[in-house]
Ligand binder design. Structure first.
Ligand code: FAD
Length: 277
């Protein structure tokens, strides 16, 4: 059914209903009979979920139905969260980016997805609607495992809140077998501070665990020190300590851990370079 309001969508989610947003992950899963919902609840006609808005604190509110393409083209995203635009450029192909939504990407919780990692590095939170009202939760609490989130089956993720990040430096690096493929592994980085000292760092690896993970040992190696390419190399050595990559047909766990180190160095070097600029 095509919901015309949030209330209608929430009311339709009782029992075995499933939300349809861009359909770029759900429809392949339906094709392969990996999910068999009794009802699809199409939220594309629910008003108010497809906008990017400036927050008074310098951050951004991003509606759950904002398409990956909109993240790439939005002047607000470019100005206030360029890391998010850079990450969106790596998601699939143009046709997928035209339909896929940021809310769908978060709710699907693929551990190799770019947007969840970029948003975790940006310290974003989500707004979730249920029949009892709205609740907010930090992104770190949304992801609870492989393709699994803290969302209840009858809840709808309505938006993402991104705090101010204009003064921060950022970097994004991934390796995929072909352009448009999911990454074998990647790292998103946000570093705060000035040309003399890094005062904060959020580094997130994706494709390297069952969810996007903070690289806290590498973050600790950055904070309090002067930004430089040498610092990026030293911090990157610590990066694999905080993830538990697995092996599959594309790469071994050892290779993924190696990639996390190399990609962390690239992402941090770019982030501290932008900080010092
Ligand atoms: P849907 O497919 O509609 O839904 C996905 C899941 O989320 C469903 O379980 C649905 O019920 C739930 N859901 C959706 N919206 C909400 C909401 N607002 N609240 C609660 N639950 C919700 N992704 C990447 O990150 N990187 C890639 O490189 C990449 N490559 C791709 C290549 C191909 C060929 C394809 C087909 C997809 C690829 N994707 C990739 C996936 C793409 O990014 C999807 O768009 C995204 O993962 C899901 O967004 P969606 O809007 O299409 O969600």
């Amino acid at each position: 059914m095509r919901a015309r309001s949030l209330d209608e969508a929430l009311a339709s989610l009782d029992g075995d209903g499933k939300i349809l947003a861009g359909g770029q992950s759900l429809v392949p899963m339906l094709n392969m009979r990996l999910v068999r919902p009794a009802r699809l609840v199409d939220i594309n006609a629910v008003p108010g979920l497809d906008a990017v808005r400036a927050r008074p604190d310098g951050g951004l509110d991003v509606g759950a139905l904002v398409r990956h393409t909109d993240l790439l083209t939005s002047p607000l995203v470019q100005a206030r969260a360029p890391l998010l635009a850079a990450a969106a450029a790596h998601v699939g192909h143009r046709a997928i980016r035209n339909r896929g939504t940021v809310g769908g990407s978060l709710a699907h919780a693929d551990p190799a997805a770019e947007l969840p990692a970029a948003l975790l590095a940006l310290d974003a939170g989500v707004v979730v609607a249920g029949r009892a009202g709205h609740r907010r939760l930090p992104l770190a609490e949304l992801f609870v495992g492989l393709l699994t989130t803290a969302l209840a089956p009858d809840e709808i993720l309505t938006g993402i809140e991104i705090p101010e990040a204009r003064a921060a430096g950022w970097g994004f690096a991934e390796l995929a077998r072909r352009a448009g493929d999911f990454a074998i592994a990647g790292v998103a980085a946000v570093v705060r501070g000035g040309p003399d000292r890094c005062t904060g760092a959020r580094l997130v690896a994706f494709g390297a665990d069952d969810r996007p993970v903070r690289l806290r040992a590498a973050e600790d190696a950055i904070v309090g020190r002067a930004p430089s390419a040498e610092l990026a190399a030293r911090a990157a050595v610590e990066a694999p300590r905080d993830c538990r990559p697995s092996s599959d047909v594309h790469a071994s766990a050892e290779y993924r851990a190696h990639l996390v180190r190399v990609l962390a160095e690239d992402a941090v070097r770019d982030a501290v370079g932008r900080l010092a600029a």
